[in-house]
Design a binder for this molecule. Structure first.
Ligand SMILES: Cc1ncc(COP(=O)(O)O)c(C=O)c1O
Length: 328
């Protein structure tokens, strides 16, 4: 049993859900939500802050500022509180209320951008605000999760080797793409150490990350309105795009079996199970990464009115949710 003295010291990095019983799909889901930040973003936040301190960029009296759709903001709120920095999180109106309240409870200041930039959307408007703040006061330090190499290095150092240790026979790894820190860290490690493993990126339909046109996206976490600076497409073997309605349906299917995950997990699992269903996957070893858990999505993904208003009345059709093959 670990004993810790700062919150970022604890992270459950070796928990997998075998989805064969749940979905009939030969897929292991690596859970990244069991830490005090509740998400995979604790790793990137910790690595970026530690590196900025070592480089002398972050010093006593510095104020962290970061654009985040929520999870990195929570992770930085925790680390800032633990290390004695002030932190201002810049988010937008799609940020879940629960996530915002969580950051405030941890002592962060939350700035919500409500007007998207006509060309670069909410992200562009958030980044413009961050740049203004940094220009106005030299105490502000922007780690810039979108281009900070320490974000992918965190996964290169921890996530990918942890998966490889647990699954020496791994054939395919499904990773969601937001800033692509998780994807790039894992893809680089496997290309270096286990090049036979197929790296499949899972993106939200309507994201421009891999060169497809922009469209409305309401789930935070995956997808970008600008090309992710960290992304090196040559390290990715395949890209899947998943509709938000399918991601939400998958979240509800998992919840019906007692596994409450966030929207990006629904996206990755939906993409992975469709990919596996198109092949004879019986002998394949497949792993997908679940970035967070579902409690922060109770007012969105798990609210039937929110879902019906955005995606139509039949998205949560009872037949879609039944697993069919469940044992008595
Ligand atoms: C819920 C969730 N899923 C997925 C991601 C994507 O991770 P990455 O930015 O490493 O691509 C994020 C990033 O914030 C997230 O919050």
């Amino acid at each position: 049993m670990p004993i810790i003295s700062v919150p970022q010291e604890f992270n459950q990095d070796d928990l997998y859900v075998d989805l064969r019983q749940v979905l009939g799909s030969p897929l292991f889901l690596k859970c990244e939500g069991f830490n005090f930040a509740g998400s995979v973003k604790l790793k990137a936040a910790n690595e970026m802050v530690t590196a900025a301190e070592a480089d002398g960029v972050l010093r006593p009296g510095s104020v962290l500022v970061e654009s985040s759709s929520g999870n990195l903001g929570v992770a930085l709120s925790i680390i800032a509180a633990s290390r004695g920095y002030r932190f201002r999180c810049v988010t937008d109106s799609r940020c879940n209320l629960a996530t915002r309240l969580l950051m405030e409870a941890l002592g962060a200041e939350v700035h919500v951008v409500t007007v998207p930039d006509p060309e670069t959307g909410y992200l562009g408007a958030r980044l413009a605000y961050v740049r203004d703040v940094c220009a106005s006061d030299p105490r502000f330090v922007w780690l810039d999760q979108y281009s900070n190499a320490n974000s992918w290095k965190a996964h290169h150092r921890t996530t990918a080797p942890a998966i490889a240790r647990r699954f020496p026979e791994l054939d395919v790894l499904f990773v969601g793409a937001g800033t692509t820190g998780t994807l790039m860290g894992c893809a680089r490690w496997f290309k270096e150490w286990r090049p036979s493993v197929r790296i499949v990126a899972v993106d939200a339909a309507g994201s421009v990350s891999f060169g497809t046109p922009a469209a409305r996206r309401m789930l935070p976490g995956l997808g970008m309105n600008v090309r992710p600076p960290l992304l090196d497409e040559s390290l990715v073997d395949e890209v899947l795009h998943v509709e938000e309605a399918d991601a939400i349906r998958m979240c509800h299917r998992l919840a019906r079996r007692g596994f409450l995950f966030g929207g990006s997990t629904g996206t990755v699992v939906s993409g992975a199970t469709s990919w596996l269903a198109r092949r004879d996957a019986r002998d394949l070893t497949a792993v997908a990464i679940a970035p967070d858990l579902g409690e922060r999505y109770l007012e969105t993904v798990y609210q039937s009115n929110w879902v019906r208003d955005l995606y139509g009345a039949d998205v949560l059709d009872a037949d879609e949710l039944s697993t069919g093959d469940r044992a008595a």
